[in-house]
Ligand binder design. Structure first.
Ligand SMILES: C[S@@+](CC[C@H](N)C(=O)[O-])C[C@H]1O[C@@H](n2cnc3c(N)ncnc32)[C@H](O)[C@@H]1O
Length: 219
């Protein structure tokens, strides 16, 4: 079976963790974010992901688009806004977040994975062709070293189109998993720590979804 590298777009990613995992598997992977890449890679596009969705990608992986207004934990702000913010601000941020999710979910790409948290009904109602998430996983399920970066608790949900659910690749059982993501100390970089991705999970995505897409294209 002859195969070619997949054209992969990793949206909403500054860390480069998922981009590098796909590159390690030999794919033509690019990341895209409004912000520059942390590693200053020349395989990063600094722009709105919606502007590059139609570049004939084989696979789109959006690694946690902004979800503060979409997820269950933020639903309370839609009836009582935080200090200094208005209800209008909250509903307009919800509209913007849902619009971004919807554009990625309905992108002209045959295989799409979006990572996000569980959403409330107002968010679901705003997403075109909404479907329930396909699976939820924990980073530690993809880890092999108790002291390594994957031995963390952070429920991660995947919305999948044209891709199979992931099979865990780790050897840990979760009993020693840390929850440093939730305990991240306050400060300007807290959001970055809380939204960081995990190398074991990224490697499984690149390996399992990469093989699935390669076989589908070659068939
Ligand atoms: C929750 S963080 C995800 C971080 C990611 N997990 C990583 O490892 O880099 C959300 C990211 O989405 C980016 N973002 C927000 N709106 C965007 C848009 N329209 N197009 C591209 N990136 C966007 C933000 O700049 C931020 O870096």
């Amino acid at each position: 079976m002859s195969s070619r590298p997949l054209k992969v777009l990793v949206g909403c990613e500054t860390s480069g963790i998922v981009r590098r995992a796909f590159l390690d598997q030999g794919h033509d992977a690019w990341s895209c974010d409004l912000l520059p890449a942390d590693d200053r890679s020349n395989r990063h596009m600094q722009c709105d992901v919606r502007d590059v969705l139609d570049m004939s990608w084989d696979l789109l992986a959006v690694m946690h688009p902004p979800c503060t207004r979409l997820c269950n934990s933020g639903v309370r702000w839609l009836s009582k806004p935080p200090e200094g913010r208005t209800l209008n601000d909250m509903w307009s941020e919800l509209d913007n977040g849902a619009e971004l999710f919807s554009a990625c979910w309905n992108a002209p790409v045959p295989r799409v994975a979006i990572e996000n948290l569980v959403m409330h009904r107002h968010a679901k109602e705003r997403i075109e062709n909404y479907q329930p998430f396909a699976q939820s996983v924990q980073p530690w399920q993809f880890g092999r070293d108790e002291d390594g970066p994957d031995n963390e608790k952070k429920r991660t949900c995947f919305w999948l189109r044209g891709l199979p659910t992931l099979t865990p690749t780790g050897t840990l059982d979760g009993t020693t998993a840390r929850d440093s993501v939730f305990k991240a100390s306050p400060g300007p970089n807290r959001w970055k720590t809380r939204s960081k991705f995990f190398p074991g999970l990224a490697a499984a995505m690149a390996c399992q979804w990469g093989s699935h897409a390669t076989e589908a294209i070659a068939a």
